[in-house]
Design a protein around this ligand. Structure first.
Ligand code: ADP
Ligand code: MG
Ligand code: MG
Length: 226
């Protein structure tokens, strides 16, 4: 029963480090448009994930399942359950894809059209996770939620990985798409979540949940290039 490799652990650590370093920024943002707990919730989620790191299974689908269940138990607010279901659905999709053979046999050289199967695999899993969040939360692009960053990031991952990019390249493009999406929420009046109760107070402010997505995706992109 082998544990998760150093490369994958470095990616997870980059995400949790970034979220913890962003606690006060996210708290400040969520105080303006919400109830101010987002920074604390994501720091708590990060500490919970950090505590698991030494014992994560080697299989990425299993590891993500463990992370999802820890997040579900430990993190409240709206973000906790949404991230938990997203992680769980991504894990399931990853498991299904691995068993149906999108992964290449290390004994065989990859075919030209399947040069970078790992980027496609992660893109399809990421998209499935975002779809689960869309279904549970009922938000679509333009509602001024984390979906404004997650949906364009998922679409970009699918497009860029289909053209044969590496995981690092696909994540870099996706983090730019998430940044543009998060910044677009400045002009929006929220139609979902707590920010929809405060009316014009939230106009002119970037949605904190969308900004958090941009921050952790950027951390993933940077760590995957190292
Ligand atoms: P709460 O409002 O319960 O304190 P959090 O602070 O954990 O929630 O998270 C707030 C973020 O959750 C918002 O900035 C927004 O991005 C996201 N969010 C709120 N409602 C939804 C929803 N229905 N679907 C997707 N994301 C949502
Ligand atoms: Mg909040
Ligand atoms: Mg709350």
């Amino acid at each position: 029963c082998e544990n998760m490799g150093e490369d994958e652990l470095a990616l997870l650590r980059a995400v949790t480090r970034t979220l913890k370093n962003s606690e006060s920024e996210l708290t400040r943002m969520d105080r303006i448009v919400g109830d101010g707990d987002l920074g604390l919730s994501l720091t708590h989620a990060s500490n919970t994930v950090d505590a698991l790191l030494d014992d994560l299974p080697r299989d990425p689908s299993q590891a993500l399942t463990d992370i999802a269940s820890a997040v579900r138990k430990a993190v409240g607010g709206t973000s906790g359950p949404l991230y938990a279901i997203g992680l769980l659905r991504a894990a399931h999709q990853l498991g299904d894809l691995s068993s149906t053979g999108l992964q290449i046999d290390p004994e065989e050289s990859p075919s030209a059209e399947d040069l970078r199967p790992e980027a496609k695999l992660w893109a399809v899993a990421f998209d499935a996770g975002v779809r689960a969040i869309e279904e549970l939360g009922g938000a679509i692009v333009g509602d001024c939620t984390m979906i404004d960053a997650l949906r364009p990031a998922a679409n970009t991952l699918l497009e860029v990985s289909a053209s044969g990019a590496s995981v690092g390249e696909a994540l870099s493009q996706a983090s730019l798409a998430a940044q543009r999406g998060a910044e677009s929420t400045r002009e929006l009046r929220a139609r979902k979540g707590r920010a929809s109760y405060v009316g014009d107070r939230a106009v002119g402010e970037v949605d904190p949940g969308a900004w958090a997505v941009y921050l952790w995706l950027t951390a993933l992109a940077e760590a995957s290039r190292e």
